[in-house]
Design a binder for this molecule. Structure first.
Ligand code: NAI
Length: 334
């Protein structure tokens, strides 16, 4: 009797005990993201890996009195494998950020190989983890990770996510600014991909479907290119890190809420999607319900205005090329 109670207590607490690993944890995004994950009570084991300073960031964050153990790792002594072993969720912000004048695609050459190599280690050491990719260009890095996981025989399309949450945050904020409303109450579905014209906010599905044409077009443009405001303001010192950390922590939190079996956990994300596969588009961002196995439902886009349908069409033309670029990279550089 005694041992049965003990077992049941163990299993119920185990249901909310998760190991989260951050790869690139000492970077501009990695540090505040790790801090926010330390504040998430579902995270009981936080593993922070970076080429440099992983141990330092971990020592710092570990002093915060929440219910998780924090460990830092570097490339020495098999640190990457150790950081990944047993992970339920892996969040990847490793890579270089943009400088003024650069598009996300300009980062491809450097970040593609970083993400490919990290994905190989994820396949070997955490094949069942949910993997959330922040490293840009997301439209291509997600297909890169998928190809690596496929080549290792461990690809689970329900557990690979491109993090587009920052576009969702910007959409809420910028819409509230033009509508004069409370940003915390504005929920905007953002679909497509994560770069410039592939970012498509569905304003007609909010309470503000009657914005005049000029306001609407300026709003859509600001959501699509909001990242440039930060890149320019930081003047060569990088791109969004703090708002991105908040976005990454929110998305990782949503994955954990899904894994824990909570109801109605819905966030847009760039996932292996049935929506436009017939048109050769393997990945697409739309609202996704998250569950105990990762993606539970990929939602369709719902009703679109003509303007939105046109934006989606344009997004698809770019996305198909961005996705192919990632696939081709892994084929040419396995
Ligand atoms: P950062 O340069 O400040 O940090 C990157 C970190 O990655 C550094 O600490 C570096 O040591 C580490 N790193 C590099 N190669 C690594 C490897 N092989 N293994 C482990 N760690 C490695 O850059 P920041 O600002 O944190 O941006 C990171 C990435 O996130 C960039 O690619 C950026 O474009 C992207 N990003 C994505 C957003 C999104 O909405 N998905 C928004 C903003 C940035």
């Amino acid at each position: 009797m005694f041992s049965r109670i003990a077992t049941r207590q163990f299993s119920s607490s185990a249901a909310n005990a998760y190991k989260v690993t951050v790869l690139g944890a000492a970077g501009g995004i990695g540090q505040p993201l790790s801090l926010l994950l330390k504040l998430n009570h579902k995270v009981t084991d936080l593993a922070l890996y970076d080429l440099r300073l992983g141990a330092g960031v971990a020592a710092d964050i570990s002093h915060i009195p929440t219910n998780s153990t924090v460990k830092g790792y570097g490339p020495e002594e098999d640190g990457l494998a150790k950081a990944l072993t047993g992970a339920d969720v892996v969040v990847i912000p490793a890579g270089v950020p943009r400088k003024p004048g650069m598009t996300r695609d300009d980062l491809f050459n450097t970040n593609a190989s970083i993400v490919r190599d990290l994905a190989k280690s994820v396949a070997d050491n955490a094949p069942n983890a949910a993997v959330a990719i922040i490293s840009n260009p997301v439209n291509s890095t997600v297909p890169i990770v998928a190809e690596v996981l496929k080549s290792k025989g461990v690809y689970n399309p329900k557990k690979l996510f491109g993090v587009t949450t920052l576009d969702v945050l910007r959409a809420s904020r910028f819409l509230s600014e033009v509508a004069g409303t409370d940003p915390t109450q504005e929920v905007v579905s953002v679909v497509g991909g994560h770069s410039g014209i592939t970012i498509v906010p569905l304003i007609s599905q909010t309470n503000h479907k009657n914005l005049d044409k000029e306001t609407y077009e300026a709003l859509v443009h600001r959501i699509q290119f909001g990242g440039d405001e930060v890149v320019q303001a930081k003047a060569g010192a990088g791109s969004a890190t703090l708002s991105m950390a908040q976005a990454g922590a929110r998305f990782a939190g949503a994955i954990l809420n899904g894994l824990a079996g909570e109801a109605d956990v819905v966030e847009p994300s760039f996932v292996d999607s049935p929506l436009f596969k017939k048109e050769g588009i393997e990945f697409f961002s739309s609202k996704v319900t998250l569950g105990t196995e990762g993606v539970k439902t990929v939602h369709d886009l719902g009703e679109l205005t003509n303007a939105e349908a046109e934006l989606v069409k344009t997004a698809k033309e770019t996305l198909v090329k961005n996705i192919q670029k990632g696939v081709d990279f892994v084929k040419a550089n396995p």
